[in-house]
Design a protein around this ligand. Structure first.
Ligand code: GDP
Length: 298
């Protein structure tokens, strides 16, 4: 998922590594190239700028230029800065607040982002890895096909879905899900909200109403990782209006440049908790900043 960025950076560091000693000017030149590589990967401009400034501050001066392995020192500083930009205050990958059963998880996002598939993937994971009893409910009242899709996925992953009752509003379905989850002894109930092609007032008002009747423990935004900075803008908008607790970046198996992953935390303050890596229902991975930084630097 970060192939191009990874190649570009290793090119920069190879050049540095060949030099025995580094001048401040060498470091500056290398960091200019790092900045270009980040921008080409569709990292947002302020994030790329702050990143390079932070590395520059740590890398220039005596500690690095006098070191016996100055190139490696710079790589280490870049690595640490990558972890910082990906993780913010800490690594929260895969951690969901689902104590006090039944814990509601609200799934939000634009249509086509992979929200329904991700709901099923996450339900499967909670069941298999954490031994949780999960109930899923689709609130997409305008698209019966979406409700059917969740029911089909539920059968595939062996997770119950709330029976479909025609004519109910999303809030009514959410209430019914809560009631069924409580009476049925479920640990978690997941609400797959309706997606729209763009963020609009009606969508936000509907999600807000559902949020207010269920008080979700987690509100997970599902966004398409291939959309780069648009994914980050979508997250900013959803967070401002609904308040999100984490992000799932889908299609990270595609040829996206990775900019969304690198900018998300710095721009929105919200952690990426999982990444989707394919259409299969087990193609969901925890997003660990340390590992991702390692992957980027090869
Ligand atoms: P929704 O409209 O947001 O609910 O989107 P869906 O869950 O219906 O997904 C739309 C399409 O994207 C489906 O064909 C999914 O199989 C596919 N999809 C979802 N997540 C991923 C992913 O991580 N990688 C790939 N390659 N495809 C995905």
């Amino acid at each position: 998922m970060f192939e191009t960025l990874s190649e570009r950076l290793s090119g920069v560091f190879d050049k540095l590594g060949k030099q025995g000693a580094l001048s401040d000017e060498d470091v500056k030149t290398a960091l200019r190239e790092v900045r270009v590589a980040l921008l080409e990967a569709d990292v947002s401009l302020p994030v790329a700028r702050d990143f390079v400034a932070a590395v520059q501050e740590k890398a220039t001066g005596q500690a690095v230029t006098r070191s016996v392995t100055p190139g490696q020192q710079v790589v280490k500083i870049v690595h640490d800065e990558l972890v910082h930009v990906l993780a913010g205050d800490g690594d929260t990958a895969g951690q969901l607040k689902i104590d006090n059963p039944p814990a509601p998880i609200l799934m939000v996002g634009l249509q086509g982002s992979g929200k329904t598939t991700t709901t099923a993937k996450l339900a499967k994971r909670l069941k298999e890895k954490s031994g949780k009893r999960v109930l899923m409910a689709s609130l997409d009242v305008n698209r019966p096909a979406a409700m059917e899709q969740l029911a089909v996925l539920g059968v595939q992953v062996g997770v119950d879905t709330l029976p479909i009752v025609k004519g109910q509003t999303p809030v009514e379905i959410a209430r019914r899900a809560k009631q069924q989850a409580t009476m049925g002894g479920y640990d978690v109930y997941m609400l797959d909200t309706a997606g729209r092609l763009s963020i609009d007032e009606a969508l936000m008002a509907e999600v807000e109403a559902v949020r207010d009747v269920t008080s979700p423990r987690e509100t997970m935004l599902v966004v398409d990782g291939l959309t780069g900075q648009d994914a980050v803008h979508t997250a900013e908008n959803f967070d401002a209006r609904i308040g999100i607790s984490g992000v799932v970046l889908t299609r990270m198996d595609g040829d996206g440049r990775g900019g969304a992953a690198l900018s998300m935390r710095a721009v929105t303050g919200k952690p990426i908790k999982f990444v989707g890596l394919g259409e299969k229902l087990d193609a969901l991975e925890e997003f660990h900043p340390e590992r991702v930084a390692g992957r980027i630097l090869g």
